[in-house]
Design a protein around this ligand. Structure first.
Ligand code: VGL
Ligand code: ZN
Length: 221
């Protein structure tokens, strides 16, 4: 019998971002979000080596909340790393409606989402002074969540990303996934974005992120 050619390892992880009440039906509802619940549930039935969920999980005085600054919702401020000074690693921050306050109903997984199929849930945005769209780490790379160690310990090669919101947490998590060395796929019919410009795809493509749909994902597994 012929020896089969050795092939590169393929250890796929599904990363489901922020399928929480507030992002679907609540204070920061993403347009079209209810339509992806069934798609994400279908993805969870595929034989991924790991199925990881995230929760945006903020204290009630979080830096990303308009109310914290007594400023209008969706206005913008400049933020710095904690203890940082003017001009140093400044970032623009959108001021959001209060959302996903830790352990309130808005932070719960949305009804109908099969979260029981997840093997682990990673929380992010838990520090009052630090915004963290990425599931991997804060934007200044001061500290990681448990996700980088988890993926490494499990020998993951490919990260497939679904969830909310495409132009914030999905995009930032996908960019970090590439920077941590993973082949990174965003499942286009399993995400929805806050804005309808589609400009996140341009950014993600430039970073080397691959785009596919849930049917193609099923064919790879
Ligand atoms: C998100 C805005 C604020 C997200 C989180 O999950 O994309 N967006 N916090
Ligand atoms: Zn948030």
């Amino acid at each position: 019998m012929a020896i089969p050619p050795s092939s590169a390892p393929f250890v796929p992880a599904l990363l489901v971002i922020d399928m929480q009440h507030d992002f679907v039906h609540g204070s920061l509802a993403v347009p079209g979000a209810p339509q992806i619940i069934d798609v994400v549930n279908k993805l969870l039935s595929f034989p991924f080596a790991s199925k990881i969920g995230t929760k945006d999980f903020h204290p009630s005085n979080h830096i990303s909340f308009a109310a914290t600054h007594r400023k209008p919702e969706f206005s913008k401020i400049t933020i710095y790393p904690p203890g940082g000074t003017e001009g140093e690693r400044a970032l623009e921050q959108v001021l959001w409606p209060v959302h996903c306050v830790a352990s309130t109903p808005g932070s719960e997984f949305v009804h109908g989402f099969n979260h029981e199929a997840l093997d682990i849930v990673v929380h992010k945005g838990t520090h009052p002074d630090i915004e963290s769209y990425s599931a991997f780490r804060d934007p200044w790379h001061l500290s990681n969540t448990e996700l980088p160690d988890l993926l490494q310990a499990r020998g993951v090669t490919d990260v497939f990303i679904a969830g909310l919101a495409g132009d914030y947490c999905v995009k930032c998590s996908a960019i970090d996934s590439v920077l941590f060395g993973y082949k990174t796929w965003v499942i286009q019919d399993a995400i929805r974005s806050v804005s309808d410009t589609g400009s996140e795809w341009e950014v993600m493509e430039k970073e080397g992120i691959l785009e596919l749909d849930s049917i193609q994902t099923g064919e790879m597994l």
